[in-house]
Design a protein around this ligand. Structure first.
Ligand SMILES: CC/C=C\C/C=C\C/C=C\C/C=C\C/C=C\C/C=C\CCC(=O)SCCNC(=O)CCNC(=O)[C@H](O)C(C)(C)COP(=O)(O)OP(=O)(O)OC[C@H]1O[C@@H](n2cnc3c(N)ncnc32)[C@H](O)[C@@H]1OP(=O)(O)O
Ligand SMILES: Cc1cc2nc3c(=O)[nH]c(=O)nc-3n(C[C@H](O)[C@H](O)[C@H](O)COP(=O)(O)OP(=O)(O)OC[C@H]3O[C@@H](n4cnc5c(N)ncnc54)[C@H](O)[C@@H]3O)c2cc1C
Length: 670
């Protein structure tokens, strides 16, 4: 066991073995040297005070204490945000992943301000007119008002058109009347709504001049700004303990004929004039869903970031942990030396890279589409919706699975809250559901793919992300298998095209048997989800491979080599995972699959000496990792012991409950 200041000897050796320049890889992950410098500057400012601010671990507090503690820290952090960080990032990057990253140093669970920054502010920016932004945005950025995003109801989350809350315009008073007509119409789940927010965005069915115009967003004050009491006509509270997010005060909200001024309707995309006339401004009906698209785009980055934390913890721990013996009497190996452990972990490093590069690419696409829409061109929105839907679904789902694998890789200690792995898992598990459930979003992408297939069939040129359909359309034969990165990507495109084609065929066959289109679609949805997933995987593989090629063009040879190995590992891993599909849609043989397996195992051996270097390259400060198992110095056992001292149960040698329950119980029966 190392002394307090020393770095664990095994980790020292691992770092000595690393044969590439770690900083170079950090710059690639960050998207350039400038970004790394900016990130470090932000981290230095935000974490200047040591960040955690907790004497007792969050997990040792009761629900109320946890909330109060999270709110206390949120105020400290928000002060740094508004007084110092906003100046560094600029308003357009407020709430960027970099800020989100420093936030994690303050909260193991979630800040009650997260939705204010993550959705309330972006919705004001995206859904308000310039005049409305002038009113709300400065107050929101300065946090004079604190908001939530209340869309989901007790009865409906996925099906937004089915929301029941009504906003009825009254031209006499020039107000909207908000009403919750049923128990299922109560807003449910909104983060920050239960105890913290004094305002929220409410998505409600708009009625004017006796007609319903569908769901629209409104900005609503729900609590008095001085007393924080709910305003008359508002019923608000916390929904209760959940798997994670326990400090986010997710809330419920009901309206009893609650009035708001006309101008509180967010009017960028549609307006209600003083006399009650409804005017549609936007050229696309779904622009009111804009905040969701934005958050889905950022969630791909979240998936990568959280996974990079989990795998940093698990790889460092696996270098420190020794277990079993390979031969009788031999020294216990580091568990990282077991190929099965490498199999669990190296794919997680590669996945974090794949999602990071895909997230950067998606963010770029998002900004291009936004710029086009500002010019009045909405043609690229459907493609962005299809892309962000499937990438959000697959990245959050894979990240959750990988984080759980990192926990498995840490054995019993990984189950400790102090490892931070359970927190990471519960956070990322929620991202698979919120902002659009996994299956539901893949089905949105499937709609787009079926249409694209029909266009390809009509010999029309389809959009760039589905361009492979034009190429694959005429191929009746299986695609020729070649074992190369390009060959694997092409094969995945063939799988996607094959699955989409089969879906279209099955839908048409079902219609021929007398089903209407909706039923034929419904009966094909299991295959449609699979087709959308295949399309998404082909895109991730393609983006990861091509972006890594581009980004390493000027890198040193060893960096090129290790990143090539990692990218190839990712491609080969997925080829093996989907070998059934490859057998179906390409000319791959059993012998080829054996070769792939051998290549995969060889790659594990090659990557092994650089494993710790690769996770060090994520450059995650200990304050951000917040893990007894994953710190840079590898003092795992000392930290686990230190944590025990902080446990309130250990403050007295005999717990008072002994006299109260245990002793009488033991004496009660002879
Ligand atoms: C101190 C603080 C510290 C740190 C904080 C700092 C910073 C924080 C920054 C980042 C944090 C990161 C992330 C976290 C942030 C917030 C997230 C937290 C919590 C989650 C909040 C929520 O969950 S909010 C609720 C979200 N709800 C949903 O997502 C609902 C899902 N359902 C839908 O999206 C839709 O209903 C639907 C897509 C399922 C279907 O809609 P609808 O029925 O209306 O449509 P149709 O099926 O009929 O389709 C019609 C056509 O419309 C197209 N369509 C659908 N949606 C869109 C869209 N969004 N854009 C464009 N087009 C769309 C559809 O494809 C159809 O087209 P056709 O051509 O085929 O007809
Ligand atoms: C931690 C957390 C935080 C949240 N924060 C917020 C917030 O701040 N604001 C807010 O408004 N909401 C919030 N939500 C709500 C969240 O957006 C919804 O829970 C989510 O969109 C899923 O909707 P649902 O709960 O209605 O699930 P459901 O739609 O009821 O899904 C249940 C099951 O039915 C399936 N299903 C549903 N529809 C279909 C379909 N058409 N085809 C096939 N299968 C289908 C789903 O795949 C799923 O398996 C939050 C949720 C969580 C868990």
């Amino acid at each position: 066991m190392s002394s307090k200041k020393e770095i664990n000897e095994d980790l020292v050796n691992e770092r000595r073995k690393c044969n590439f320049n770690i900083q170079e890889v950090t710059h690639i992950i960050d998207g350039g040297v400038e970004n790394t410098l900016q990130r470090k500057k932000i981290e230095d400012v935000a974490l200047n005070g040591g960040a955690s601010l907790d004497d007792v671990p969050e997990e040792c507090m009761n629900l109320r204490e946890r909330y109060e503690n999270a709110l206390r820290k949120s105020c400290v952090y928000a002060n740094i945000l508004r007084n110092e960080l906003l100046e560094i990032t600029g308003i357009e990057n407020f709430g960027t992943p970099v800020i989100r990253r420093t936030g994690d140093a303050f909260f193991k669970d979630i800040s009650p301000f997260m939705l204010h920054l993550g959705m309330f502010v972006p919705t004001i920016m995206g859904q308000c007119t310039a005049e409305q932004q002038g009113i709300w945005l400065p107050k929101a950025l300065d946090m004079q008002i604190i908001g939530a995003y209340a869309q989901t109801e007790l009865g409906h989350g996925t099906f937004i058109r089915g929301l029941e809350t009504t906003a009825t315009y009254d031209p006499k008073t020039k107000e909207f009347i908000l009403y919750s007509p049923t128990i299922t119409s109560y807003k449910w789940w909104a983060g920050g709504l239960g105890r913290t927010a004094n305002h929220c965005i409410v998505v409600a069915q708009l009625y004017t001049q006796g007609k319903c115009h569908g769901v629209h967003p409104f900005i609503v004050q729900i609590r008095d700004l001085d007393t924080h009491m709910p305003l008359p006509g508002i019923k608000v509270g916390e929904i209760g303990p959940r798997m994670g997010f326990n400090t986010a005060d997710n809330g419920f909200l009901g309206f009893n004929h609650f009035r708001i001024p006309r101008m509180n309707m967010m009017m960028k995309n549609a307006q209600v004039l003083e006399d009650g006339t409804y005017v549609k401004v936007a050229r696309h009906g779904k622009l009111t869903y804009g905040t969701m698209v934005f958050v889905r785009v950022t969630l791909v980055n979240e998936a990568s970031f959280n996974l990079s934390k989990a795998v940093t913890i698990a790889v460092r721990y696996s270098a420190v942990r020794r277990q079993s013996e390979l031969r009788p009497g031999s020294a216990e190996p580091q568990i990282l030396d077991y190929p099965t452990q490498q199999h669990k972990l190296f794919i997680c490093i590669a996945t974090a890279h794949a999602f990071q590069l895909t997230a950067n690419w998606l963010w770029h696409t998002f900004t291009v589409v936004q710029a086009e829409m500002r010019k009045g061109n909405i043609d690229t929105l459907p493609e962005l919706h299809a892309l962000s839907s499937c990438l959000k679904a697959v990245s959050t789902s894979d990240a959750a699975a990988c984080i759980e694998q990192c926990r498995f890789a840490c054995g019993g200690h990984g189950y400790m809250m102090s490892s931070n792995l359970p927190y990471l898992y519960s956070f990322v598990a929620a991202t698979r559901t919120y902002e659009g459930d996994y299956t539901v979003l893949l089905l949105q992408t499937a709609r787009y793919l079926v249409k694209a297939w029909e266009q390809a069939e009509a010999k029309k040129i389809v959009t760039p992300t589905v361009a492979y359909l034009n190429r694959c359309f005429d191929t009746n034969e299986k695609v020729a298998w070649t074992n190369s990165p390009e060959g694997i990507i092409k094969s995945f495109q063939a799988i996607a095209a094959g699955k989409i084609s089969l879906c279209v065929k099955n839908i048409r066959q079902r219609i021929k048997t007398g089903m209407d289109y909706e039923d034929a679609w419904l009966m094909t949805t299991v295959q449609l989800v699979s087709a959308a997933e295949a399309h998404c995987r082909s895109m991730i593989l393609d983006t990861y491979w091509n972006e890594m090629q581009r980004l390493t063009k000027t890198s040193s040879d060893n960096v090129k080599m290790v990143l090539y190995q990692l990218t190839t590992l990712y491609l080969v891993y997925w080829a093996l995972e989907k070998s059934g599909d490859l057998l179906r849609y390409t000319s791959i043989t059993e012998g080829d699959i054996d070769l792939l397996q051998k290549e995969y195992e060889d790659l594990l051996v090659k990557i092994r000496p650089n494993a710790v270097g690769l996770v060090d390259a994520f450059d995650l400060r200990d304050e951000i990792l917040r893990s007894t198992l994953g710190s840079y110095d590898g003092r795992v056992y000392e930290r686990l012991m230190e944590e025990v001292q902080k446990n309130p149960l250990n403050k007295v040698p005999v717990d008072p409950s002994f006299q109260k329950y245990l002793k009488p119980f033991m004496k009660s029966k002879i």
